[in-house]
Design a protein. Structure first.
Length: 135
């Protein structure tokens, strides 16, 4: 049972990208043994890496939506303040620069809409007459 737990921990550490030398110290197992495990557990390590990347992507996507919201609110506040300013005011260039930077940040987060539902290219409406059908 101990060996199974060690192998499971080994897979987790390799999925994180840790080196054999680092894992050998952490698990107190020889590097040659870990290399052999790496060959035997290659599929499990690959799957663990994929799951880890999926978790990170999900976390990143949530963080991205939050960034868009924050950038949008900040840009709105800057633009509101900028609307109150006289262009001769010395702080206007600073606000203008901030508005441009936040606008660029917001554009960098833009993703085109991808609507589903129009994927019927395979259906040719013109040839629905039974005479056009062939067996």
């Amino acid at each position: 049972m101990k060996n199974a737990n060690e192998k499971e921990r080994f897979v987790e550490l390799r999925a994180e990208g840790r080196s054999y030398a680092d894992i050998a110290v952490a698990l107190k197992i020889s590097k040659p043994t870990l290399i052999a495990w790496g060959k035997d557990l290659q599929k499990e390590i690959s799957n663990a890496r994929t799951l880890r990347m999926d978790e990170l992507f999900e976390k990143y996507a949530v963080a991205k939506s939050k960034r868009v919201e924050v950038f949008g609110k900040r840009l709105e506040a800057i633009m509101t303040e900028l609307d109150k300013r006289d262009l001769s005011d010395c702080l206007t260039p600073v606000l203008l620069t901030l508005a441009l930077k936040y606008g660029e940040s917001l554009r960098a987060e833009y993703e085109p809409l991808k609507l589903l539902g129009d994927e019927m290219d395979w259906l040719d409406i013109k040839n629905t007459e039974t005479a056009a059908w062939s067996a």
